[in-house]
Design a protein. Structure first.
Ligand code: ATP
Length: 240
């Protein structure tokens, strides 16, 4: 199957600080990649670099057959790469409806049709459409953040800590949403503090450690009970 997204030897960081130095992975359409690592490992930096918000210092990023590491964030959005940032970052003063419209701003598609499609997919948001986003619960805001990213009809969704601060029940709903998006063929990269649950919805994992990354297959991390602690970067049990 054709790879929709390919990252080769990517390096990124801030000023003097190199956060990631040699990241490689590839994804087929509809696959989900868990991006896992301890606090400060570089998960957010990776997402922001893939979205074009941080400079790619070295390496290449391919979207299908096109190199995109020099493209601006809006150009990447227009290609179909959409970021749901850590902390949701909804526009608190705006209504749910206006947040969604803002999400579709860069899209060349018909906004009214996109809104209908997104409300069909997130029916609970339709009932809240006139509500100011700042007054939504954390779980509702997360649904809104994902729905807003869906307004550009993305092919690739970058979900940075989508369950952060959510109750177990709300987190479950977010994971169910991720499963549904996958079934619709959307390729997903996601991170999360709850590593076991993040791995459980993923086909592959990228473990970040000391600026480097290692890809594990689902078979490998499933064999370790979806636990990060028992895995080393090589995918073998620690201490072996
Ligand atoms: P967490 O799990 O805590 O969210 P993370 O894996 O997402 O962490 P990043 O936020 O990507 O990690 O941070 C990686 C490194 O880059 C850290 O050492 C952090 O201090 C540093 N860093 C992050 N943002 C900046 C910035 N804007 N300027 C300078 N350094 C930064």
């Amino acid at each position: 199957m054709e790879k929709i997204f390919r990252v080769e030897h990517l390096a990124c960081g801030y000023g003097e600080l190199t956060v990631l130095s040699d990241i490689c992975f590839s994804l087929e359409e509809g696959e989900a990649l868990a991006v896992v690592g301890i606090n400060g490992a570089g998960k957010t930096t990776l997402f922001r670099t893939l979205a074009g918000l941080e400079l790619c210092r070295n390496g290449t990023i391919w979207y299908r057959e096109r190199r995109i590491e020099q493209l601006s964030p809006p150009q990447r959005v227009q290609l179909g790469i959409s970021l749901v940032p850590e902390g949701r970052q909804v526009f608190e003063e705006l209504t749910v409806n206006d947040n969604l419209k803002a999400g579709g701003y860069l899209s060349s598609r018909n906004q009214v049709m996109e809104l209908v499609a997104v409300y069909n997919q997130f029916p609970q948001l339709r009932n809240l459409s006139k509500q100011q986003a700042g007054y939504l619960s954390g779980g509702e805001q997360q649904q809104l953040a994902i729905a807003r990213a869906m307004m550009v009809h993305p092919k690739i969704l970058l979900l940075d800590e989508p369950t952060m601060g959510l109750s177990v029940k709300m987190a479950r709903i977010v994971y169910q949403t991720i499963e549904q998006l996958k079934k619709r063929g959307i390729t997903i990269l996601l991170s999360g503090q709850d590593v076991a649950k993040t791995l459980a919805v993923s086909d592959k994992a990228l473990f970040l450690e000391n600026g480097r990354g290692s890809v594990l297959t689902r078979t490998q991390f499933a064999a370790h009970g979806f636990q990060l602690d028992s895995l080393s970067l090589s995918g073998k049990k620690q201490g072996n």
